[in-house]
Design a protein around this ligand. Structure first.
Ligand code: NAG
Ligand code: NAG
Length: 748
């Protein structure tokens, strides 16, 4: 039983400290429209999502009529490229259960057209905007449904551990709490449209190098507090399916890991849906079945091998007594229940795409008005890292000549879509691999800037990277120069410019550092725009002529428009870094490991936790991002503290945020908690954030609730989550290192 003591006001208050002054009144003409936009998108339909209990009741009467062969059939994919989708499960007739269409990707529909290609997962996270992330899930779910895809193979939820990790951009960054919130909102959004979401990849798939064979060795506490955390949020959000990873976890392939699937996911988290393999990640019949795998994808042992670990092998394993038929019934129940849960028994559209035979694709346009939300999210996820002398927002009245420099500002000379985006040419707006979707179009930065500026300024462009001389000359003739650079990564089955999925380093591609230097040396109003899959090194960040650094990340099809919205002040930036940008590469806690078996030796000290614990100053910290206005934080309070009877704990903390600047805008108050020493946690852990829209002058009180899940640590002695006794500190910050106030409470 615990009780509370509120320690007397130990409150540290730091006021807003953005480094730039407010613009002069006469500059307001172009910026008075600054909007703190609420995301738009109306979901088209309301699906009645059943509880697992209701779904199992329905499934039980259907599966009860199935023979062993039929049950096995729905657990077994029909084979690579043997159906219209990237994965197709077997059907039954009498009773009838359809082939399910499982389709990539986490950001949109792969291998077809007429679809939206919006912001990447890492940008969704950078918005720190629960509502927008959910709406992103809704529009994606709507598109998958309209194409007849039962299952969207996303969200990607692996952690940004090594900053070079090739697929980091598909997922939500380095903090488990943020990844958990973004995953849950995405899943709820997708499933609200009656499409099954897939939480992936369970577990330890944090790099591409040797992903098919390496073992990620992760200690018990780290699994619980970091890598499993987002999967708990996904299960609690009702996710229909979970995908097991390619790699081994602690020496055992994830798709036959009793520990990962049975113990962690099904027993501990209570997952009721089905576990599907990553594509060809199944390595056995008996161990996989007995250890919890429910569906093998795409079905064949290796692509087009014509055989399977499930199918006849699984039937035989039941007949020979190596697998209990109850287990196969459970597999079928999980699949059929998920189908009922999402209402897919009620007039689900027929599949109308064909991933491998485009002539059979009906080319239905499912984009609706989703581009509006994509544009808003592109702006909402753009992180303003530096803004000196108030250079942004751009005031068209003061700029006669604007120079736009770098190939990343322009179109891809090889065409709009190279295969699975496995090329980095022109402006970067998504990474490469299976986690991609075809652009219907791409608004390039130069187009977006020209459209927005109209005739108000003379814009010159040089959309190349290596002619430093010409770039410098052009820059020297302009009032303001914007230089575009990028850094790309993706999945290991494609190598781009020597990067086999994972990045080889954190440097800009195409000699970006040299291009930036050439431009900045020539123009004292230089703005750097970085399209990047993740952290990069910025050795030029303190160059006195670089007045602004803008990080739009991977904004998708509306790239140029959403960038122009930020540059010209139509939208006030509110994106925050979902990862740490270090001053130097060596500062990061984890790197890509080229071994076949390696340990996550940083343990729970992933990302900013490592920097905090080791007192390493990052260049730009987790949670950081500037606004064109200022926000004051005040009235820090722990205003409601409840002790529930079973020792359950609940703390409510609140803070008032006031927009004290000149423009409307949104702020992202973040709450970091310092645990009592006995918990041996890193110095502080993110445990809450909200996005608050505030017109200038307006204030609003934001309340955060912390329960057992936010206030406990995983004890390796009791193998349980424990709420520790002692003093907790609740830090209210605008980033992980800009703490505006702290309140403390003690549990005894
Ligand atoms: C198994 O699934 C395939 C593909 O849907 C189908 O053609 C076949 O008839 C099914 N077999 C059984 C026994 O249901
Ligand atoms: C059963 O699995 C083995 C590998 O364990 C494989 O060689 C064989 O082709 C499979 N049989 C069928 C019918 O798929």
């Amino acid at each position: 039983m615990k009780s509370f003591i509120l320690t007397t006001a130990i409150v540290i208050t730091t006021l807003a400290c953005q480094s730039f002054a407010l613009p002069f009144e006469d500059d307001l003409s172009y910026t008075k429209k600054l909007l703190a936009q609420e995301p738009i998108f109306q979901a088209a339909q309301q699906i009645n999502i059943l509880s697992w209990e209701e779904s199992y009741a329905k499934a039980s009467s259907l599966v009860g009529q199935m023979t062993l062969e039929q049950k096995v059939n729905i657990t077994t994919g029909v084979g690579w490229q043997s159906g219209p989708c990237v994965g197709n499960s077997g059907r039954t007739t009498g009773p009838d259960f359809p082939e399910l269409c499982l389709q990539d990707s986490p950001l949109g529909i792969r291998f077809t057209d007429g679809v939206s290609s919006g912001v990447a997962g890492i940008n969704a996270a950078a918005s720190f905007d629960r509502e927008a992330i959910r709406k992103r899930g809704e529009y994606m779910g709507q598109e998958f449904r309209a194409k007849g895809a039962h299952v969207q193979l996303g969200p990607s939820m692996n952690m940004l551990r090594a900053p070079e990790g090739g697929r980091n951009w598909e997922a939500f960054g380095e903090d488990p709490f943020l990844v958990g919130v973004a995953s849950a909102e995405t899943i709820i959004g997708i499933q609200s449209q009656g499409v099954m979401a897939v939480a992936k990849h369970l577990i330890g798939n944090e790099q591409e190098t040797n992903r098919l064979v390496h073992s990620a060795n992760i200690d018990e506490r780290t699994v619980q507090e970091v890598y499993l955390w987002p999967f708990k949020q996904a299960v609690d959000a009702g996710v229909a399916s979970v995908m097991c990873a390619y790699n081994k976890i602690n020496g055992v392939y994830a798709c036959e890991s009793d520990y990962a699937i049975n113990k962690l996911l099904k027993d501990q988290l209570g997952f009721k849906g089905f576990v599907q393999s990553d594509w060809s990640a199944t390595h056995s019949t008996v161990d996989s079945a007995n250890h919890g795998l429910d569906m093998t994808m795409p079905g064949d042992i290796s692509f087009n091998s014509g055989d399977s670990y499930f199918g006849r092998n699984l039937t035989n394993a039941v007949r020979s007594g190596q697998v209990n038929e109850d287990r196969v019934t459970d597999m079928a129940m999980r699949i059929v229940a998920a189908w009922y849960k999402l209402g897919q028994d009620q007039s689900f559209p027929a599949v109308n795409i064909d991933s491998f035979r485009p002539n059979l694709d009906q080319h239905i346009n499912v984009q609706g008005d989703h581009k509006d939300l994509i544009r808003q999210m592109g702006a909402a996820s753009t992180v303003l890292l530096k803004n000196e002398d108030n250079i942004l927002p751009l005031r068209t009245s003061g700029i006669k000549k604007l120079a736009v420099i770098g190939s990343d500002a322009g179109p891809n000379p090889h065409g709009l879509n190279c295969e699975d985006h496995g090329c980095n040419a022109g402006s970067l707006a998504q990474g490469w691999g299976s986690g991609t979707a075809r652009y219907p179009y791409l608004i390039t930065p130069i187009d977006g800037i020209r459209n927005r500026a109209g005739n108000a300024m003379d814009i010159t462009e040089h959309l190349r990277d290596n002619d430093f001389h010409i770039a410098a000359e052009l820059a020297s003739q302009a009032n303001v120069a914007i230089v575009f650079v990028n850094s790309d990564s993706g999945e290991e089955f494609i190598t781009v410019e020597g990067h086999v999925g994972d990045r080889n380093n954190l440097e800009l591609w195409h000699d970006g550092d040299a291009l930036i230097k050439a431009v900045a040396d020539a123009n004292q109003n230089t703005i750097v725009v970085v399209h990047s899959v993740g952290p990069i090194l910025m050795p030029w960040s303190n160059h006195p002529n670089i007045k602004a650094i803008v990080l739009p990340g991977l904004p998708g099809q509306e790239s140029g428009n959403s960038l122009a919205d930020i540059l010209f002040g139509d939208v006030n930036p509110s994106g925050r870094l979902p990862y740490t940008i270090a001053s130097k590469y060596e500062d990061y806690p984890a790197k890509i490991d080229h071994g076949l078996s390696f340990t996550y030796s940083e343990g729970i000290n992933i990302g900013y936790r490592w920097f905090d614990k080791n007192n390493i100053k990052p260049l730009y910290e987790f949670g950081y991002g500037l606004s064109y206005t200022n926000f004051e934080y005040k009235n820090f309070a722990l205003n409601q503290i409840n002790l529930e009877s079973q020792g359950d704990v609940e703390v409510q903390a609140s803070v008032t945020i006031q927009n004290t600047g000149m423009f409307d805008g949104a702020e992202i108050p973040q709450v970091y908690i310092t645990f009592p020493e006995i918990a041996q946690e890193p110095p502080q852990l993110l445990r809450g954030f909200e996005k608050v829209y505030l017109s200038k002058g307006v204030e609003q009180t934001v309340t955060f609730t912390f329960k057992k899940s936010e206030l406990s640590y995983y004890s390796i002695d009791s193998h349980q989550w424990v709420v520790p006794q002692g003093e907790f500190s609740v830090h209210f910050g605008s980033s992980s290192r800009n703490i505006r106030g702290t309140q403390k409470f003690t549990l005894i």
